[in-house]
Design a protein around this ligand. Structure first.
Ligand code: PLP
Length: 266
């Protein structure tokens, strides 16, 4: 009998691992798998982590990161990629250099800074490098409210401030922006989207009362990356990703004793 060969678009996550399986590269690969793409990973940092928090982490040496990029570029046909935890300024630089060297399609930048448990996943001095060197390469950037505040220097307490922050990020060179409202305290979670075309809109969903939201940002950005790899336009990719995350939060699973993961099968 001859083999059946299926082809799936190939995607890449450039990020840190979560030994606990709920966030980082692990959430990215699970999400991408659910979106029926073939997912690959360049590991930038390794964390010792569970649902209670990040116990330790270490970023990998430049040579090994460069080699992972080269291995993929030599053999695969990546159609879209995302960045997640990048650890520090040196590692942001390494990733930027590789993204300039190789074409991995549209780039989704999740500017991961602080885990919900409080651990810093990006050093303060690296934020400037992200702004200056990484954001201009991004097809879309996906900050939550605290990240958007750090990236713009604005205090974001109103719809008008969310709009202003998105406009500032766009003026600094990122084509499309989604500012996620999940870190606010309103009954309805509202995300603001500003597209390259100038079109803007809000995405609203009722807030789910749960501690099981570990890896939400990773899941959203990975779902978007997978949809972009499949050729979806940016607005469609954003809407599909948002619906996926909402379902994954509403139907969470019981894992660990703390800040549990989403249900990627939902
Ligand atoms: N660990 C890693 C490696 C991550 O990339 C992230 C988020 O991007 C987290 C932990 C934090 O996840 P959360 O803030 O959802 O708990």
């Amino acid at each position: 009998m001859s083999e059946t060969v299926n082809s799936f678009p190939q995607t890449l996550t450039i990020a840190g691992t979560d030994s606990g399986g709920g966030a980082g590269v692990m959430a990215d690969l699970k999400t991408m798998q659910e979106h029926r793409v073939f997912s690959t990973a360049v590991i930038v940092a390794v964390t010792a982590q569970n649902t209670l928090g990040v116990q330790d982490f270490m970023a990998l040496p430049k040579k090994l990161i460069d080699e992972q990029f080269a291995s993929l570029a030599d053999d695969l046909a990546i159609k879209a990629c995302k960045t997640g935890m990048l650890a520090d300024a040196e590692h942001v630089d390494i990733v930027v250099d590789n993204l300039k060297k190789y074409d991995f399609g549209p780039i989704v930048v999740d500017p991961v800074m602080i885990a919900k448990g409080g651990a810093a996943l990006l050093t303060d001095d690296a934020i400037e490098v992200v702004k200056r060197d990484l954001l201009p390469l991004a097809t879309i950037v996906t900050p939550n409210l605290p990240e958007a505040e750090r990236l713009t220097g604005l205090s974001i307490k109103s719809d008008a401030a969310m709009r202003e922050a998105a406009q500032q990020l766009q003026a600094a060179g990122t084509k499309n922006i989604i500012i996620k409202g999940g870190h606010g305290n309103t009954d309805t979670v509202r995300d603001y989207v500003l597209l390259e075309s100038g079109k803007d809109f809000w995405l609203s969903a009722p807030r789910v009362d749960t501690v099981r939201t570990h890896g939400t940002g990773d899941t959203l950005s990975s779902a978007m990356t997978a949809e972009l790899a499949k050729g979806k336009d940016i607005e469609t990719a954003i809407r599909i990703a948002k619906d996926f995350v909402e379902a994954a939060i509403r139907n969470t699973i019981q894992v660990g004793h703390g800040h549990g993961p989403l249900n990627h099968w939902a």
